[in-house]
Design a protein. Structure first.
Length: 188
């Protein structure tokens, strides 16, 4: 298992060790032990699985407010996505900055997205499946979003197209108008 610290503290890319032979392969996708070794005390409460039929589908940028904020452990199990985490913690030295990584069924990478970050992804292939763990159950009253193409965030999405969006995502507010109750606390 390889853990890669991104430019934004606590957003981690995870590259699993893959063990293969003539039968196929095996990999560990989650371990409470390695999360604790990274300094995270996370107990996941729910697994989610999404399917996107069309290349260029964009889901996000989503988050839940405190007290129902979610840490996410994201992986793509079919196809390829460009996965993004945006720091929305007020007072953070990286507030409004983003990290993006390609996750695919082939590279088997995962992205750990902590509380205080908006999350989204764009599908780069047809028929994409994304699975992710969250440490808090879905809470509709805490569900929020930020507009995917907010110029103050300036995410460099890998496809220069009008993405396939839900009405909710198409009408999400800009970061400056988005409700957020996250305050940066440097604990590590």
């Amino acid at each position: 298992m390889k853990f890669i610290q991104t430019e934004i503290k606590d957003v981690i890319i995870i590259e699993p060790s893959i063990y293969g032979d003539n039968r196929g392969w095996f990999m560990e996708t989650f371990s409470q032990t390695w999360l604790k070794e990274l300094g995270f005390d996370i107990s996941f409460a729910q697994d989610n699985h999404s399917f996107s039929a069309t290349k260029g589908t964009l889901r996000g940028l989503h988050y839940q407010l405190n007290p129902k904020a979610q840490t996410k452990l994201v992986r793509c199990t079919k196809g390829t996505i460009f996965d993004v985490a945006v720091d929305i913690r007020k007072g953070s030295p990286t507030y409004g900055k983003w990290v993006g990584v390609e996750l695919s069924a082939d590279n088997k990478k995962q992205l750990l997205v902590p509380k205080g970050f908006a999350h989204g992804f764009m599908t780069l292939t047809e028929d994409v499946e994304v699975q992710y763990k969250v440490d808090e159950l879905y809470a509709p009253d805490c569900d929020r979003g930020i507009l995917w193409n907010d110029l103050t965030i300036a995410i460099e999405w890998p496809m220069d197209i009008q993405p396939v969006l839900s009405a909710k995502d198409e009408n999400a507010p800009l970061l400056k108008n988005a409700e957020s109750n996250f305050i940066y606390e440097d604990q590590k």
